[in-house]
Design a protein around this ligand. Structure first.
Ligand code: PLP
Length: 391
């Protein structure tokens, strides 16, 4: 395959070579079921427990509070359906933000929950949240950072509001996008339930985890052999869990350096595109206050560059981008790769005519200056070509 500028790390980021190496043994040497009694089973169990210890520390939890599962989606579903059903039959309302990932939004809608709007910068409407909270609320689910715009929310503010208006309610956060970049152990401390997914931070696909604090009554959604202390049955994906643990360890160790470097590359990319292309809206940014800075991107994840180009269709832009070797996406990655109009941009009040020209360029630990330069060479002429064709 020819070299590409891969700018779709928010969809999935490459595995660290050390992660691949750490998993190998659990495919070809230590392949036993970790629930068994013999030595190889005990070795497999020890490896999953080591990964549990590492992830617990990375998330500010106790090892017994970690539930390994099959994806970020499953972690979100378990949090919402499990917490709602764990209310002891009294039902209880679920509340979530309008820009949540479908793995949160759909379960909330299925349960007849309340959806709280956001403002034009993608920030949660705290007045609307206060109005949605009352004594019936069992769970509030708000993401730590958004998968399309990269906008970061403060859980502390949400928890404060909950303490006043719904003191008995649980707080869940989807930290799937946040974990590669932010100190989730600190920022998610107010949350009772926290979801992560390995393939977003250098681990394998098909493995995620949910932190379930001791105080939470959770109804399992997959029942069977009682693995994960009865909270998620099914033979554990040992190699995947080992890889997740190693990836979490590397992510935390390198987070400062990766964040700083990717942030600089992202700024060069976003500033370069804004300078080269007229009619661009960058989401989640505020006017700059300091000298020599174009805009204030401090409310966004460092790897996130999300732009809307007036007068074009994302699908056509993605086609030309790929032809030039740039891999990106329009809305969030979802089933079948089909691009749907973004519910995130709609909630932020973007007119459809602008939202349909959205482009998400997301960087990761492996991103390079060459990726950015390729994107800066390919995208402006591609936008110009599409606008000429539409004129
Ligand atoms: N939550 C967020 C914010 C995401 O970005 C994603 C994936 O894009 C998920 C949940 C789902 O995670 P997974 O791909 O592991 O199912």
């Amino acid at each position: 395959m020819a070299a590409v500028a891969y700018l779709d790390h928010a969809a999935s980021t490459p595995m660290y070579p050390e992660v691949v190496e750490s998993m190998r043994e659990f495919f070809d040497a230590c392949y036993a079921n970790p629930t068994g009694a013999h030595r190889m089973a005990r070795d497999a169990r020890r490896a999953t427990d080591d990964a549990r210890d590492i992830l617990a520390e990375a998330l500010g939890a106790r090892p017994a509070e970690i539930v390994f599962c099959g994806s970020g989606t499953e972690a979100d579903n378990l949090a919402i359906f499990g917490a709602a059903a764990g209310s002891g039959g009294s039902g209880g309302t679920v509340v979530c933000g309008a820009v949540e990932h479908p793995a949160v939004l759909r379960p909330t809608e299925q349960l007849g929950g309340r959806v709280v709007g956001v403002d034009g910068d993608g920030m949660l409407d705290m007045d609307a949240l206060a109005a949605a909270l009352d004594g019936d609320v069992r769970l509030v689910s708000v993401m730590l950072a958004n998968n399309e715009t990269g906008v970061i929310w403060s859980l502390g503010d949400v928890a404060e509001l909950m303490a006043r208006h719904a003191p008995g309610a649980l707080l869940h956060t989807d930290a799937v996008q946040a974990f590669p970049w932010l100190d989730v152990a600190t920022l998610a401390a107010p949350a009772d339930l926290v979801s992560v997914s390995a393939h977003k931070f250098g681990g394998p696909k098909g493995v995620g985890a949910l932190v379930v604090r001791d105080r939470v009554r959770l109804q399992p959604q997959i029942v069977g052999g009682g693995q994960e202390s009865e909270r998620r049955s099914g033979t554990p994906n040992v190699a995947g869990i080992v890889g997740l643990g190693r990836a979490a360890e590397i992510t935390v160790a390198r987070r400062g350096e990766v964040t700083e470097r990717a942030g600089r590359l992202r700024d060069r990319l976003a500033d370069g595109l804004r300078a080269a292309v007229p009619g661009v809206t960058e989401s989640g940014v505020r006017p700059a206050t300091g000298a020599g800075v174009t805009v204030d991107r401090s409310a966004k994840l460092p790897g996130s560059c999300h732009l809307c180009f007036e007068g074009i269709e994302s699908e056509a832009l993605l086609f030309l981008a790929e032809r030039g070797g740039v891999y990106a996406s329009a809305a969030s990655a979802c089933a079948s790769g089909a691009e749907h109009p973004s519910h995130v941009l709609a909630a932020m009040g973007y007119p459809r005519s602008l939202a349909r020209g959205s482009l998400r360029l997301s960087l990761g630990a492996a991103s390079t200056g060459a990726d950015v330069e390729t994107a800066l060479a390919v995208l402006p002429p591609a936008v110009a070509q599409l606008r000429r064709a539409a004129a």
